[in-house]
Design a binder for this molecule. Structure first.
Ligand code: 5GP
Ligand code: 5GP
Ligand code: 5GP
Length: 208
C-alpha cells in the first residue's frame, strides 16, 4: 500500500557514538541489559526527501509489534542500544524509530525488513573498523573532520555526513554518522542532500 505521505526518495542510516551521547551535560543511562559495547550503535533508518524535508509518523494503524521481530531482538540489544534516561531495554527507542520513521517506508519495507535492513547496514558499514584502520581511535584525542570523513569514504565507498555535539566542557565531538541508502533499501548511495549543522575542523573522538 502507498499513499503520497508514504513516499520518499532515500534513507539516512544514522549511527551514534555512545561516548558522545554520554559525556554531554545531559549524560546518559545504560540499558537494563548493561553497558553497550564500545562501538557505534544504530540510531535509525530515516526516510527522507531530496529537498531535505522528511515524512514522519505516517501510519498510526501499524504500531511497533515486538512479536514480528522476535528473531532480531538479541541482535538489536547489541547493535541498537538505548542510552536515554531512565534506563530501558531498548524497546521504547525501537518503537519510537519505527513509529516516527519506519511507518513512512512501508511502501518498500515492512516492519521486519525495516529492522533487519538497519542491522545489516550496521554490520556492513563497520564504522569503528573504518576509523581505527586509519589510526582514528576513541581515545579522547582530536582528529581532523576531513580524516574522519575520508576514512569512512575509503572503507564504505560513500561520503558520510558527520554530526557533532559538545562534551561537558564544550568541545566539538563526533556524535553521529549519516550514510544514505537507496529508496529500495538495497544498498548505500551518495547522499542526494546532506543535513545541516557544522563540526569544527578538528573534533574529539571520546572514549566510551
Ligand atoms: P535533532 O533535532 O536532534 O537533530 O533531531 C531530532 C529528530 O528529528 C531525529 O532523531 C530524527 O527523528 C529527526 N530528524 C532530524 N533530522 C532529520 C533528517 O534530516 N531526516 C529525517 N528523516 N529525520 C530527521
Ligand atoms: P529521533 O526522534 O531523533 O529519531 O530519536 C530520538 C528520540 O529517541 C529521542 O526522543 C530520545 O529520547 C529517544 N532515544 C532513546 N534512546 C536514544 C539513544 O540512545 N539515542 C538517541 N539519540 N535517542 C534516543
Ligand atoms: P529527543 O527528545 O528527540 O529524545 O531528543 C532530543 C535530543 O536530545 C536528541 O538529539 C538527543 O541527542 C538528546 N537527548 C535526548 N535524551 C537524552 C539523554 O538522556 N541524554 C543525552 N545526552 N542526550 C539526550
Amino acid at each position: 500500500a502507498s499513499s503520497s505521505s508514504e513516499d520518499f526518495d532515500f534513507f539516512y542510516f544514522v549511527q551514534q557514538w555512545p561516548g558522545s551521547y554520554c559525556d554531554t551535560q545531559k549524560s546518559c543511562c545504560y540499558p537494563t541489559t548493561g553497558k553497550p559495547a564500545a562501538d557505534f550503535g544504530i540510531h535509525g533508518l530515516w526516510p527522507n526527501y531530496k529537498d531535505g524535508t522528511y515524512p514522519s509518523n505516517c501510519d498510526a494503524t501499524k504500531p511497533f509489534d515486538k512479536s514480528t521481530i522476535s528473531d532480531l531482538i538479541s541482535s538489536m540489544k547489541k547493535s541498537w542500544p538505548t542510552l536515554a534516561c531512565p534506563s530501558g531495554s531498548g524497546e521504547a527507542f525501537w518503537e519510537h524509530e519505527w513509529e516516527k520513521h519506519g511507518t513512512c517506508s512501508q511502501s518498500v519495507i515492512d516492519q521486519h525488513q525495516y529492522f533487519q535492513t538497519a542491522l545489516g547496514l550496521k554490520q556492513k558499514t563497520n564504522l569503528l573498523g573504518a576509523l581505527t584502520k586509519a589510526g582514528i581511535n576513541p581515545d579522547g584525542q582530536s582528529y581532523s573532520l576531513e580524516s574522519i570523513r575520508d576514512s569512512i569514504k575509503e572503507s564504505t565507498g560513500f561520503t558520510p555526513w558527520i554530526e557533532c555535539n559538545r562534551d561537558g566542557s564544550g568541545n566539538s565531538q563526533l556524535y553521529q554518522v549519516y550514510l544514505c541508502v537507496d529508496r529500495s533499501a538495497s544498498g548505500l548511495i551518495e547522499c542526494p542532500v546532506f543535513p545541516h549543522g557544522k563540526c569544527g575542523a578538528e573534533i574529539e573522538f571520546p572514549s566510551f
